[in-house]
Write a protein that binds this ligand. Structure first.
Ligand code: GLA
Length: 385
């Protein structure tokens, strides 16, 4: 949606002009999957696909929200912020408002029109983009100085404790702290981070959505978290570690006998994926895109065989990508069970890649994948209209 259309939609709904545009990004993750809640390092980057909020401060006691493509207005009473957990639409926003208020930020009434270009249920973190952009809007209208990392943490809290999804910090951090043309190497145990230029030479990242209908992702995700927590407790009987990310591959080989079944598989994924993140960042810094691609493939295989979060759709999409001679590597990103893959593809070969992989996928699965034109952008933006 063009900006003028967004402003017009705002005017048609609320009868006044939008004054501000707040945005926060969806994200990809280059590597480091299902390790953020184990204290590992992740390597996400913010996208041009974003949650855009056209906004106006009203100074009432009501937050009014409207959403592109959805009829009606959702209202939040700023004095009853604990009562919106059951909302289908607007619970992320209510959660953010609730926890900002808990931090002493006054929630000021406003009108918000949401134009979210991050596809829902795609594994590109539409929920984090909505939370972070909303946190920016409320903080700006409260007139407080805010720290973007704090907004990411509050957004995560809203998702964990208000929306009930036990996610790690990666998505909200990337959405708030992403930087144009860089990936963020984030240590999820300390929140120390480093920006690394995402320079792929003759190659680029292609983002593809397998379009599998969304089902039970949250509950399956929460089960994975329990499994790795079980693994950590068992390993802690013999190693003085605070998180699975602290266990080196060599140490893991020595303590693996303590674990069995799925718990052993899940822990092995986490330990090896943490190791791959370090190798991938080193490869990228050295300009070794072939090695980076190889590590992406390994990450996918591990998420398939050990963590078991891929499914036939993501396996097919990344598998067909891998067969292309101009593709150096491909893997699922995000929570899995559906959603997106990223592939490293020679720039000059992207059109043919999309055509062939798209056709092979449709023939195998029976419906189409979507391919997005993406670029790496800043996390948060704030603009006067
Ligand atoms: C989801 C969660 C993140 C992270 C990824 C898997 O996107 O929100 O915190 O755990 O899954 O890496």
């Amino acid at each position: 949606m063009e900006r003028t259309e967004g402003m017009q939609a705002f005017f048609d709904i609320f009868g006044a002009k939008a004054e501000d545009l707040f945005t926060a990004a969806g994200r990809i993750n280059v590597i480091g999957e299902h390790v953020d809640y184990c204290g590992g390092k992740v390597f996400p980057a913010a996208l041009n696909l974003r949650c855009n909020i056209y906004a106006r401060k009203t100074c009432t006691k009501t937050v009014r929200m409207a959403f592109r493509g959805i009829e009606g207005i959702v209202e939040l009473d700023v004095n009853k912020l604990d009562s919106y957990k059951g909302l289908k639409l607007g619970n992320y926003q209510a959660g953010v408002a609730y926890f900002l208020k808990e931090e002493g930020v006054e929630i000021v009434g406003c009108d918000l029109y949401y134009d979210c270009t991050v596809p829902f249920g795609s594994g590109l973190s539409s929920s984090a983009a909505i939370e972070v952009a909303t946190a920016v809007a409320f903080s700006e209208y409260a007139g407080v100085q805010y720290d973007k990392v704090q907004l990411a943490l509050i957004s995560q809290r809203a998702e964990n404790k208000y929306a009930g999804v036990n996610c790690g910090i990666m998505d909200q951090f990337a959405s708030a702290m992403g930087k144009k043309d860089h990936a963020v190497l984030l240590d999820c145990s300390t929140l120390e981070y480093e920006y690394v230029p995402l320079k792929l030479g003759d190659y680029c990242l292609v983002v593809a959505n397998c379009n599998k209908p969304h089902n039970l992702v949250e509950s399956k995700y929460n089960v994975r978290r329990q499994e790795v927590e079980t693994a950590l407790k068992l390993i802690q009987q013999v190693l003085p570690v605070k998180s699975l990310a602290e266990v080196s591959p060599k140490q893991f080989a020595e303590v693996k006998y303590l674990l069995s079944g799925v718990v052993a598989k899940r822990a092995e994924h986490v330990v090896m994926e943490c190791d791959r993140v370090n190798k991938a960042v080193a490869a990228l810094k050295a300009g070794d895109i072939v090695e980076l691609g190889r590590l992406l493939n390994e990450s996918h295989y591990s998420l398939c065989d050990l963590y078991e979060v891929t499914g036939k759709e993501l396996d097919a999409l990344s598998g067909f990508a891998r067969k292309e001679k101009d593709c150096l590597g491909s893997r699922m990103i995000g929570a899995g069970f559906g959603g997106c893959t990223i592939s490293i593809v020679k720039r000059s070969a992207v059109d043919g890649f999309i055509r062939r992989v798209g056709k092979a996928y449709q023939d195998a699965i029976g419906y189409k994948a979507s391919f997005y034109e993406t670029s790496i952008e800043d996390g948060i933006t704030v603009e006067k209209l």
